[in-house]
Design a protein around this ligand. Sequence first.
Ligand code: FAD
Length: 339
Amino acid sequence: MSETAPSPEIAVIGAGYAGMACAQRLAEAGRTVKLFDKGRGPGGRSSTRRGEAGRFDHGAPFFAMSDPDFTAVVDLWRGHGVAAPWEGRFIAVDGSGTPEQPSLPAVMVGMPGMNGILKWLGEGLDIAFGVRVKRIVREGDAYRLVAEDGADLGTYGQVVIAVPSVQAVPLLEQAGAEAMARAAETVEVQPCWTVMAAFADAPPVAFDAAEVTSGPLSMALHQESKPGRDPAEPGMSTWVLHASDAWTRAHLEDDKEDVVAPLLDAFMGIGGPIDEPVFATAHRWRYAKVTGPAGVSHLWDGSLGVGACGDWLPDHDPQHGIEAAWRSGSALADAILEA
Ligand SMILES: Cc1cc2nc3c(=O)[nH]c(=O)nc-3n(C[C@H](O)[C@H](O)[C@H](O)COP(=O)(O)OP(=O)(O)OC[C@H]3O[C@@H](n4cnc5c(N)ncnc54)[C@H](O)[C@@H]3O)c2cc1C
C-alpha cells in the first residue's frame, strides 16, 4: 500500500512581503505551511533583476518605516545583514533638472539586492517557485489547488491569498469568498514603467537618487550607491528610472522597446548630456503601487478558512507599500492563529 505525505494545513499563494510575513508567523506557531509563487525566485514587486550588465532593483527601490513593530522587524533584518540604510545623495528636481526641496525620507534597502530580505526569510519555509496557482477547487471542507499547467498542487484546510488585488479577485471567487473579491475590486492601483540602464562611464550627475516632480520621469536611482552593490565591471554605472504616473498611463500598452528612448531622454533632461548606455531595457509593472487601498489590515473568513493579505488592504503612504504588505500578512496570521 502506498502512503502519501499529508498536505500542509495552510497554502499561501504569493511569496512577497505579505505572504512571507503570514507564512513565517504561522510556521513559528507550529503550523505547516506551503507557499506558491509564480516568480522564479523571491521578490514579487520588490524584485532584483540580475544580468550581465549588473543587478537592478527594478521594482520597489527602497522602503521606509513608520510602525514600531515593523521597525523592530527591520532591526532584526539589519542584524542579519539583509537590510541596511541607503545614505545616498537624494535630491528633488523638476523635469529640467532644477533643484527643489529634497523630499525623500530616510530609507532602507535589502542586501545585496531588494530581494535579499525575502530570500533570507524564505530559507526556512517550504516554497514552490515558478508555480502559478490557476484554480482553487472546493472539496468538502478543504481546497484543492491546481497549477496553470494543470498540475495538482495538493489539498489544504485553509488558503491565504497574498497576491495583488486584481490577481486576487478570481482566486477569491473560486474559493467562494465573494465579499473579499468585491473588496479587492474596489482597490485602485497605479502602474509604473521602469527602465534599467547600464553606462560604461558614470553619468556626471550630482545625485544618487532624484525624485522628479514634472515630465516623464518620477525617479532616477543609482544602483551602486546603495550599500552592498558591486558593479558588473569596474566603473560600470547602473540606473533604474521610474516613469511618472501620467506618462505610464499614457504609454501603458506601448512595447517595451519604445519606452526606453523617451525615458533615457528624460534622464538627460535632469542630468545633462549622458553617453549611450551599453545596456537598457524596460519592465512594465501593471499593479506597481496601491493608490486606493481597501482600508482594512487583512481579510479573513474563519468559516470558509480563506484569507487575503497584501499592500492593497491597509491604508498607507505609497513609500510604505512594503511595510503595509508586511503588516497585513502578520495581522492575517494572528487572525488565523486566534481562530
Ligand atoms: C516600480 C515600483 C516602485 C515601488 N516603490 C515602492 C517604495 O518606494 N516603497 C515601498 O515600500 N514600496 C514600493 N513599491 C510597492 C511594493 O513593492 C509593494 O507594496 C510590495 O512589494 C507588495 O508586497 P505584496 O506581498 O503585497 O505583493 P507582491 O510583492 O506583488 O507579491 C505577490 C506575489 O504573488 C505572486 N503571484 C501572483 N499571482 C500568483 C498566482 N496566481 N500564483 C502564484 N503566485 C502568484 C507574485 O509572483 C508575487 O511574488 C513599489 C513597487 C513598484 C513596482
